[in-house]
Design a protein around this ligand. Structure first.
Ligand code: HEC
Length: 163
C-alpha cells in the first residue's frame, strides 16, 4: 500500500461529501442537445483532453505526473451530471483538477458537462469532427494549450482567438 493511501481516503471522503451536498440543487439543461454537446467539444479539446484523454488520440505524459491521476474520461464512469458540473466549476481541492468556473460561464460549463457525459460513446472520427465543428475554445484562457496550430491531426493545439 503506498504511504499516502490513508490520506487519499480521507480527502476522498471530504471531497465527495461536499460535492454531493452542494450540487444537489442544480438544474441541468437538456444535456442530449446535439448543439450543446458540440459546443462542449472545442473547450474539451483545448482545456481538458491533455489530462483526461481523447478518443483514439495518443495520451499525453501529463496524467502520469499527477497524483491523484486524472481519470480517463473516454471510459464510462460519470453518473450524476450535477456532480460533474460542480466539479468542473469548482475543481477538486488537493488535486490538479482546476476550477473552471473562474473562466467559463454556466452555459459553457453545462456544455462541457454534456460533452463529457457523451464522450465514452464518441469515436475518434466523430471526436475530431465535433471539435472542428465546435465554436471551439470559447474562453481563450487555456493554461495548457496556447500556441500555434499543430500537433496530432492539426487539431491539437488549436490556436486561440485574440482575447
Ligand atoms: C491539469 C490536469 C487537469 C485538467 C487540465 C483538467 N482536469 Fe479534470 N481532473 C483532474 C484530476 C487530477 C482529477 C481527479 C482528482 C481525483 O482523483 O480526485 C480530475 C477530475 C475530474 C472530474 C471528476 C471525474 C470523476 O470520475 O469523478 C471531471 C468530471 C473532470 N475532471 C472534468 C474536467 C474537464 C471538463 C476539464 C476541462 C474543462 C478538466 N477536467 C481539466 C485533472 C485535470
Amino acid at each position: 500500500m503506498p504511504p499516502w493511501a490513508a490520506t487519499d481516503a480521507f480527502f476522498e471522503t471530504v471531497r465527495e461529501r461536499g460535492v454531493a451536498v452542494r450540487s444537489r440543487r442544480l438544474r441541468p439543461p437538456d444535456l442530449d442537445d446535439p448543439q450543446r454537446i458540440r459546443a462542449g467539444a472545442g473547450n474539451y479539446e483545448a482545456m481538458c483532453a491533455e489530462c483526461h484523454a481523447a478518443p483514439g488520440l495518443a495520451p499525453s505524459d501529463l496524467p502520469r505526473t499527477l497524483h491523484p491521476p486524472p481519470p480517463d474520461l473516454t471510459h464510462p464512469g460519470l453518473e450524476d451530471p450535477r456532480r460533474t458540473f460542480w466539479i468542473i466549476a469548482h475543481g477538486l481541492r488537493m488535486t490538479a483538477m482546476p476550477a473552471w468556473g473562474a473562466v467559463l460561464d454556466d452555459e459553457e460549463l453545462w456544455s462541457l458537462t454534456a460533452f463529457v457525459h457523451r464522450l465514452p460513446l464518441i469515436d475518434r472520427a466523430s471526436y475530431l469532427a465535433l471539435v472542428e465543428a465546435s465554436a471551439g475554445h470559447t474562453h481563450g484562457g487555456s493554461v495548457l494549450r496556447h500556441g500555434p496550430a499543430g500537433g496530432i491531426d492539426g487539431v491539437r493545439g488549436v490556436p486561440c482567438e485574440p482575447h
